[in-house]
Design a protein around this ligand. Structure first.
Ligand code: TYM
Length: 333
């Protein structure tokens, strides 16, 4: 049996990075798999402080983005994490067999907690066991994510292996990270060495899926570049992270190899490339933005879709949790 699982945190506006590194690659992935689940991981969002009203809105908006990008909720299971209690329960159970040494290696905790490690929450530290629980609750085999989440999926794989070894059963399949698409790590528009992120304080560092066309054009116009013209071959990207990032975004949207884009635009100035790039981004994202608005207009319908998704997810989760409790020796009466 093969099953796809992935998720996005509803922490704020989704970005072009989430689109190219994740959602765009989910569309059509169901083919060849028994089922696919796409979750809005609201419990993960709570690992840093959230405004309750905003979190609810962003949870709906993230689901709206999934649908607007082409995830078919009649074909895939789309739901929000907190609606299925098994995520929290399995996270605790898996946490009991995850060595601290494994968690200490996680680069995301180091990045997010920074120098204030002692003030970071237990939730932020234990985040990877919740992510492992998300995946293993459904015995998912394929996990399509951007490059930055690879380490977490590999940890989920190690935790699955630890469970199987401790209880001497091949119970959990070992999930595979799938790093798909041509832009697996979209970088900030202000600094090509940093990942494009929802949490960057500068809105000019990213393209949001909700940005209007003129805002997209302005952000690309202001995007950091360097004084040279565009490289005509891949070796020309050496020491030019911003040029590489902008051309990679264009290549990914066009569905072409980066080397092809170098051939097309090599030797041209950024002033000529940037308008072509912003037009291309607008062509892809403006229909997504408009469809998101449509979905957000009918909140009752959106909530109903999520409720139905949660019921289907809970059906799978309940059976697996029953087996996990049984294997671990918890009394079920
Ligand atoms: P999150 O919410 O940070 O990001 C969601 C997805 O978007 C990808 N992504 C990017 N890809 C390319 N370039 C970027 N700049 C960029 N920014 C984000 C991420 O790699 C991810 O695929 N821990 C996860 C959410 C999660 C999850 C899961 C994912 C929770 N449980 C189970 C898969 C399976 C996270 O914080 O992603």
């Amino acid at each position: 049996m093969s099953r796809v699982f992935s998720g996005i945190q509803p922490t704020s506006n989704l970005t072009l990075g989430n689109y190219l590194g994740a959602i765009k690659n989910w569309v059509g992935l169901k083919e060849g798999h028994e089922s696919s689940l796409y979750c809005v991981v609201d419990l993960h969002a709570l690992t840093v402080p959230q405004d309750p009203e905003k979190l609810r809105k962003q949870t709906r908006e993230t689901a709206a983005a999934y649908f607007a990008c082409g995830i078919d909720y009649t074909n895939s299971i789309v739901f929000h994490q907190s609606a299925v209690a098994g995520h929290s329960e399995l996270s605790w159970l898996l946490g009991c067999l995850t060595p601290l040494g494994w968690l200490n290696r996680m680069t995301q905790f180091k990045d997010k907690a920074g120098k204030k490690k002692d003030q970071a929450s237990l939730g932020l530290y234990g985040y990877p066991t919740l992510m492992a629980a998300d995946i293993l609750l459904y015995k998912a085999t394929h996990v399509p994510v951007g490059d930055d989440q690879k380490q977490h999926v590999e940890l989920a794989r190690d935790i699955a292996g630890a469970f199987n070894a401790r209880y001497e059963k091949e119970f959990f399949p070992l999930p595979e990270p799938q790093i798909l698409g041509d832009a697996t790590r979209v970088m900030s528009l202000r600094d090509g060495t940093n990942k494009m992120s929802k949490s960057d304080p500068s809105d000019y560092s990213r393209i949001n899926l909700t940005d209007e066309d003129d805002v997209i054009a302005l952000k690309i116009k202001k995007a950091k570049t360097d004084p040279e013209s565009l490289p005509s071959e891949l070796s020309g990207f050496e020491g030019r992270p911003e040029a590489k990032n902008l051309m990679t975004i264009y290549a990914a949207l066009e569905g072409k190899e980066l080397s092809q884009i170098c051939t097309e635009f090599g030797g041209k100035p950024f002033s000529e490339f940037k308008p072509v790039l912003s037009d291309r981004i607008i062509e892809s994202l403006s229909p997504v933005r408009e469809k998101m608005k449509e979905f957000m207009k009918d909140q009752v319908e959106l909530d109903n879709i999520l409720k139905t998704g949660a019921e289907k997810a809970a059906d799978i989760a309940m059976k697996n949790m029953h087996d996990v409790r049984d294997i671990m020796g918890l009394l079920q009466v």
